[in-house]
Design a protein around this ligand. Structure first.
Ligand code: 9YW
Length: 420
């Protein structure tokens, strides 16, 4: 079974390879996505190290002058996806891109590639990628944490990579959607609309894109005025982890000045995460910085503290308890949203389904804590889901049914690098 799935996963990556970069899946997502490419690189690294580096290098071809690495790189216009490059209206980059970023997992991936590839070429790759990664992290700390709270905000639900998480609903309800005009979605013609965000979500997504476009995607204006600006435990923990990995690379390369800068960000974030702690829920939640509202939802990102290197028992013990409560309730961990919450929906995208890449991140954190049982539960559940429902985009945590796009690149990559 395993060898057969290994071959299938490799074939999917090869089929979705458009020449140095990989699309997430045919039809639904015809471009290069940021964090997808990072995970995909881990998959390629299991059988073709050069191709793994290339994936990351092509992602950074889309980097903006201010350091931002966009969430989509539009290498060629494809009418099967909406919103395409003309809707984003970005002007800065050499290649058309979207106007905001996505979870910064790349530095963590690059560190792993660097550890695996001990060749001279590997050293050259990391030398050229290091300043680009550092610039991106600096952009995140400057513009997505403008007041220096030590938590990272998103300006659009898409920037979190967890688009229709129920936690964005309230914050997004303040976004004025009266001026968005007519538009036609494409996603719902590729997959069942019941598994996708609703129309109201898309109205708000487009209103925020309009805000960005009207302000030339200036990150300073975004930080001051964007109608949606919410601190996200997902991006905060992922960046904290990535800062630590970049620090390890800075030390290996003798980049002392960069190392000091990174240590400053790490110390700030280690303190800042207290702002995302909901004492009543005993969990890390979102914080709507625009409207000063602490969330009450427990999502899969609430379990990323160990991954970020957080070790305080006051945080880790309740995190384990929530894990066990949810694990007892579902057949397959980790649902993207708390099944005890009234807004949980087992098949609707980021409101309940299980995502292989998130399982991998959470499990990495638990394994590093020495918590093998919980890490293994996540891994064996991921294996069971893929064996049952193939390399789907995401899965129902109760039935294990696959949902969204199929022959999905990051599910295949996660299989190769971790689950198998
Ligand atoms: C969209 C590609 C992307 C992921 C995101 C996921 C989804 C795209 O697909 O967003 O148009 O909704 O939410 O995390 O990177 O796989």
């Amino acid at each position: 079974m395993s060898a057969q799935l290994d071959n299938q996963a490799i074939s999917i990556l090869k089929e979705n390879d458009l020449g140095g970069y990989t699309i997430p899946t045919k039809g639904l997502y015809p471009y290069q996505w940021n964090w997808d490419s990072a995970f995909v690189a881990l998959g390629f690294a299991t059988f073709n190290m050069n191709r793994a580096w290339e994936e990351i290098e092509l992602l950074f071809e889309g980097q903006w002058d201010d350091g931002m690495v966009p969430h989509i790189i539009f290498r060629k216009d494809d009418p099967s996806y909406f919103p395409g490059p003309s809707v984003w209206g970005t002007t800065n980059p050499k290649i058309p891109t979207s106007g905001h970023s996505q979870p910064p997992v790349a530095a963590t991936v690059v560190r792993r590639l660097f550890e695996q590839d001990t060749s001279a070429a590997g050293k050259e790759k990391i030398k050229s990628l290091f300043p680009k990664l550092l610039a991106w992290h600096r952009w995140y700390h400057t513009y997505r944490d403008p007041e220096g709270h030590g938590v990272i905000a998103i300006m659009h639900p898409w920037e979190s990579g967890r688009d229709n998480l129920p936690d964005w609903d309230n914050a997004a309800s303040h976004v004025d959607i009266s001026d968005i005009g007519e538009y036609t979605r494409k996603d719902t013609s590729h997959v069942n609309p019941e598994m996708r965000p609703k129309k109201i979500d898309y109205d708000r997504y487009l209103a925020i894109v309009k805000f960005g476009r009207d302000n030339n995607w200036d990150p300073k204006i975004v930080a001051e005025q964007c109608p949606f600006f919410v601190a996200d435990p997902g991006n905060t923990f992922i960046l904290l982890r990535a800062d630590r990995d970049l620090l390890a690379m800075a030390e290996a390369l003798g980049e002392t000045e960069a190392a000091e800068e990174l240590k400053g960000w790490i110390a700030l974030t280690e303190k800042g995460i207290a702002k995302l702690w909901n004492e009543e829920k005993q969990a890390f939640v979102t914080y709507d910085l625009r409207n000063d509202v602490l969330g009450d939802g427990i999502s899969s990102a609430s379990f990323l503290a160990p991954y970020a290197g957080i070790r305080e028992e006051k945080y880790i013990n309740p995190t384990r308890e929530h894990f066990d409560r949810i694990a007892a309730k579902v057949n397959y961990t980790m649902p993207s949203y708390d099944p005890d919450h009234p807004l949980f929906e087992s098949m609707r995208y980021w409101r309940g389904p299980v995502w292989g890449i998130i399982n991998y991140l959470i499990a990495t954190g638990f394994a590093e804590l020495g918590d093998t049982a919980r890490a293994e539960r996540l891994r064996t559940d991921t294996v069971a889901l893929i064996e049952k429902s193939d390399f789907a985009e995401y899965f129902d945590p109760i039935t294990g049914e696959g949902a969204g796009g199929n022959s999905f690149s990051w599910t295949s990559a996660i299989w190769l690098t971790w689950a198998t």
